[in-house]
Ligand binder design. Sequence first.
Ligand code: 5GP
Length: 208
Amino acid sequence: MILSGFAGSGKGTIIKELLAKYDDYVLSVSATTRSPREGEVEGVHYFFKTEDEFKKMIADGELLEYANYVGNYYGTPRAYVKEMLAAGKNVILEIETEGALNIKREYPDAVLVFVMPPSVEEIHNRLKHRGTETDEVIEKRMKKAGLEITVVDRYDYLMINDVLEESVEMFNAIVSSQRMAVSRNRDFINDKKKEFEDYLSRNSKKEN
Ligand code: 5GP
């Protein structure tokens, strides 16, 4: 499950609420070369790396995907995602569009959800309000958002994040419906087919 959205779309808050409310979700913690913001904790918000360390992770094949976003590298460590998927968890990757589309190319089963605030003006307001970036960085992120909107067509779902509680439920509804998709339940369906065959052959023997 991949959640992308412009900087300031509120995607981080949606995920925080989702993790607090439901226990079958886990969030993949990314590696980045960006410096920590005030309050960010190593291993919780990100694994903070130097550029050399990050490049070594790429070379060693430790990353499922990576991308450069406004001058810094960001990437998803492969091992944790693999382990959590095997444990039956809904794994959320909160990543930008390039990485998301790369994953979709390699794993067409991945579900891409794009979060948008109700208006462009709102994006700017939220970034400004957050107070963690300089005006210059905010403008770079707004420019990047203008590019990201051009690839939203390739996403599976769009969520307008207006009321937080509603967004959390919308996201959970998307995941629940995905779990019920026939394409994700092939093994179960084949088991039932087999059970029917066994049942019918037992009964036809009785009739004879
Ligand atoms: P921020 O600096 O605001 O924490 O993140 C900047 C952008 O990088 C956001 O759009 C965020 O979703 C994205 N991002 C965070 N981690 C990853 C990652 O592992 N891979 C990719 N491709 N993007 C990421």
